[in-house]
Design a protein around this ligand. Structure first.
Ligand code: HEC
Length: 165
């Protein structure tokens, strides 16, 4: 008797529980469907566009002072003598890559008085030679690395000559 009652009770419980879960799954599905509606996806793509518009952290002076200058100095130091081991070459790889990559960012931020084309050209000198320097460091070619460092530095000098106050 007892077990029969409990079986019936169990079935009732299951039915009730199942009913509740079906009932709750209906609004859940509606919410899901709503979030796939065109309006909702428009909203999320709008959020992406916003994310795409990166703002400079601060002015050009600080960009140079805190990104270019310390990395450049360290790189120069790393190339004074032939890098002795993997760790020393890794420093050259790091510095050259940072300067090369930062220069594609630099190219997009011409100063107000800059004629865009020249500004991009000077940025490209740092970008291209910085990239070559990175690859020379991967090949542990000290001679090539030294001349590419000089070549890269002409980009800094040319831009400063033209635009630095
Ligand atoms: C495309 C142009 C451009 C390139 C390339 C460039 N700079 Fe600059 N740099 C500027 C401008 C413009 C300023 C002046 C910013 C200001 O003071 O408003 C400046 C200023 C500086 C300063 C002075 C900041 C201070 O603290 O007084 C340093 C240092 C510097 N750059 C280092 C470098 C180095 C190193 C490189 C190359 C690896 C380089 N820059 C490449 C445009 C450039």
């Amino acid at each position: 008797m007892k077990s029969r009652y409990s079986r019936i009770f169990g079935l009732l419980f299951l039915a009730a529980f199942g009913g509740v879960s079906i009932a709750t799954s209906i609004p859940a599905r509606t919410v899901e469907a709503e979030s796939n509606s065109p309006a909702a996806s428009e909203e999320s793509s709008a959020a992406f566009v916003f994310q795409d518009e990166f703002e400079p952290v601060d002015n050009m002076h600080h960009f140079m002072e805190y990104v270019y200058e310390p990395v450049y100095k360290e790189l120069k130091e790393s190339l004074k003598l032939e890098p002795a081991d993997k760790k020393a070459w890794a420093k050259v790889k790091s510095g050259s890559m940072i300067l090369a990559e930062a220069s594609s960012l630099l190219a997009k931020r011409p100063s107000e008085k800059a004629d865009g084309k020249k500004w991009s050209e000077f940025s490209a000198i740092v970008n291209l030679n910085g990239a070559k320097l990175f690859h020379a460091a991967r090949a542990k070619d000290y001679g090539k690395a030294q001349s590419l460092f000089k070549e890269m530095s002409t980009g800094c000098a040319k831009c400063h000559e033209a635009y630095k106050k």
